[in-house]
Design a protein around this ligand. Structure first.
Ligand code: HAM
Length: 430
């Protein structure tokens, strides 16, 4: 860091969530959590850093995340603790599943989480270096109904936020299993060889590390030269074919429309069978994923533990907020204070403070300006805050042991005994 000006700026790719944006952020998380709970998922919170190998092994050592995007943490020189900020949530959930013996619980274990993730990507619209994911993970069930449940929960949360089916689309694919995928990869590699001189450098690299990712290259020339690439769906084994067919049947039954898209292969290596993305069809993020997920039956075994089938999904919370803003759905009713405590005179200030304590103890939302000396200013503030009642205490009320309750809606006011004001106020607030 070279100068103070830089010190007073947030780090590139990060942003502050200001008070005005908090209600929407909380609403998005709340709606996803409500749907998750209604589908039988339970909340879990994990640390934001883990041993690096957990991610390298999980998302794949050749994936963009592991090769370019992880933030490694160094405590001090010579510290060889190899830890990294989490770039995603799934690997940590699997770690916790075994660490806490969840494999001995009744299966599937359905968990949800929300929190910051960190990826060193080139910041652009919809792409931050710190962003928030809301995720659900179901571990221990291989049946296609679980894949469908996860997709249903994801769509249902967006619907409840009033993002309509026409505002996003579900793109789904199956990338097979360890039995059928190697045969498909062989075919795909043979195909890629015939196009080598037409593809970008990234694709040529991917052909060596993860050939399926050639299909999801965003470069238009590469896309044009892979339109007739072998389709994974034509090369699934019978079990994977049936699993995919059954997942789609569940979605049809639930009235969720989807596009079968063989270019959806996902950038994380742990996926098997179902993979899907919910793509924005409107607004500034059009074409980008609001969320994504899939099945990862081999991830648990990757860590050397007994195989456990699993499927999950994560939404990009900031992206969901962006589409809500684009659709003009970002207004969230905020909680207003119920009572404004007005004081006049230095002794009344102290009494007002004790009244504030009583109101808070009674669960009443308050507002006040104890530093203010003018009745007019405080009344103005109360009106601006849209507060229903003002409690006014001045020198006279102090002597009489009374307080004025003023109804700011109809302008009426009455002086009541200090011993009774709380009961009267609570009654009026009902
Ligand atoms: P992902 O596709 O890498 O999957 O991320 C999921 C979602 O997080 C994306 O669809 C996007 O909305 C959001 N996201 C990703 N990167 C950024 C970024 N740099 N800035 C803003 N938003 C971003 C996963 O992370 C998997 N763990 C999902 C999953 C859960 N699969 C199974 N279970």
């Amino acid at each position: 860091m070279s100068n103070e000006k830089q010190l007073l700026q947030s780090v590139r790719g990060t942003s502050d969530l200001l008070p005005n944006d908090q209600p929407l952020f909380q609403r998005v998380n709340r709606v996803f959590a409500d749907i998750a709970i209604a589908c039988g998922f339970k909340e879990i919170s994990l640390p934001i850093f883990e041993y690096s190998w957990l991610f390298q092994k999980g998302v794949g050592s050749t994936s963009d995340i592991a090769t370019k995007e992880m933030y490694y943490l160094h405590h001090k020189e010579g510290d060889n603790l190899d830890i990294a900020l989490r770039p995603e949530g799934t690997a940590g959930i699997v770690r916790a599943y075994y660490e806490h013996g969840m494999h001995t619980w009744s299966q599937p274990v359905r968990l949800f989480y929300s929190g910051p993730m960190f990826r060193h990507e080139r910041p652009q619209k919809g792409r931050e270096r710190q962003f928030t994911q809301f995720g659900i993970e179901s571990i221990g069930e291989s049946d296609s109904s679980e894949d469908a449940l996860v997709i249903l929960a994801a769509c249902q949360a967006l619907y409840r936020l009033q993002i309509k089916p026409e505002n996003f689309s579900v793109h789904i694919n199956s990338i097979g299993c360890t039995h059928c995928r190697p045969k498909y990869i062989k075919k795909l590699l043979a195909y890629i060889k015939t196009r080598q001189d037409k593809l970008c450098d990234d694709c040529l690299l991917r052909a060596e590390t993860n050939p399926m990712r050639v299909l999801d290259c965003k470069n238009k020339t590469c896309q044009a030269h892979t339109t007739d690439a072998p389709n994974h769906l034509d090369h699934l084994c019978d079990n994977c074919k049936n699993h995919f067919k059954s997942t789609l049947e569940y979605l049809e039954e639930a009235g969720i429309s989807f596009n079968i898209n063989h270019r959806i292969v996902r950038g994380l290596d742990y996926y098997t069978r179902t993979v899907f993305e919910l793509i924005a069809e409107t607004g500034t993020l059009k074409g980008q994923a609001l969320g994504a997920g899939g099945r990862y039956d081999n991830l648990v075994a990757t860590y050397g533990r007994r195989k456990a089938p699993a499927v999950g999904f994560s939404a990009g919370v900031e992206r969901v907020i962006t589409i809500l803003k684009d659709l003009k759905l970002s207004k969230v009713p905020t909680e207003k204070p119920q009572v404004f405590v007005i004081q006049l005179g230095s002794s009344a200030k102290k009494k007002a403070f004790s009244i504030l304590r009583q109101l808070l103890a009674a669960g009443i939302k308050t507002a006040s300006s104890l530093s203010s000396n003018s009745l007019k200013t405080q009344l103005k503030m109360a009106t601006k805050n849209n507060v229903r009642f003002a409690l006014i205490i001045g020198q006279r009320e102090l002597l009489d042991k009374t307080v004025i309750i003023k109804d700011l809606q109809n302008g009426s006011q009455e002086t009541v005994d200090l011993k009774q004001y709380l009961a009267i106020l609570l009654e009026r607030l009902k």
